[in-house]
Write a protein that binds this ligand. Structure first.
Ligand SMILES: Nc1ncnc2c1ncn2[C@@H]1O[C@H](COP(=O)(O)OP(=O)(O)OP(=O)(O)O)[C@@H](O)[C@H]1O
Ligand SMILES: [Mg+2]
Length: 109
C-alpha cells in the first residue's frame, strides 16, 4: 500500500503537478486495477467506482471504468447522462461481460 506523504505547500492545486508529485510514491506509471466487488447488492459498489474514477481523473490520472454488470449497466447509464450534459471531467466507461474480457479490453457485453 502506498505510504502517506504530506504535500508541500503549493502542491495539490494543479492537477498535473499533483499527479507528478504522487507518481513516485504511488507508482502511478503502472496500470492499477481497483475492483469493487461484493455479492451483496446495493452496498455502494457502483457509487464508489464512480466517485473514485472522477477524483482520479481530476488528479490527472487516465481512468477507465469497466462496468461488469450488463443487466443493470448503471455506470453506463450514468456516463450517458454525463456525456449528454457535457459534464466534466470527461470519463471513459465501457461495459464488459466479465473480468477477463475487461482486462483483455474486449467489448463483448
Ligand atoms: N455512502 C452512501 N451513503 C448513502 N447512500 C449510498 C452510499 N453509497 C451508495 N448509496 C446509495 O445506495 C444505493 C445503492 O448504491 P449502488 O448502486 O452504488 O450499490 P451497488 O453495490 O452497486 O448495487 P448493485 O449490487 O445493485 O449493483 C444507491 O441508491 C446509492 O445512491
Ligand atoms: Mg452496481
Amino acid at each position: 500500500m502506498a505510504r502517506q506523504r504530506r504535500l508541500p505547500a503549493g502542491i495539490g492545486k494543479d492537477a498535473k503537478t499533483y499527479s507528478s508529485y504522487l507518481a513516485p510514491c504511488y507508482n502511478l506509471s503502472m496500470t492499477t486495477v481497483v475492483a469493487f466487488i461484493s455479492q451483496k447488492g446495493g452496498v455502494g459498489k457502483s457509487t464508489l467506482a464512480r466517485a473514485l474514477a472522477r477524483e482520479a481523473v481530476i488528479s490527472g490520472l487516465k481512468v477507465k471504468i469497466a462496468d461488469l454488470d450488463p443487466d443493470q449497466a448503471t455506470i453506463v447509464d450514468w456516463h450517458k447522462v454525463r456525456t449528454q450534459r457535457a459534464i466534466e471531467p470527461v470519463l471513459s466507461v465501457e461495459l464488459f461481460r466479465n473480468v477477463a474480457q475487461a482486462l483483455a479490453g474486449n467489448r463483448r457485453a
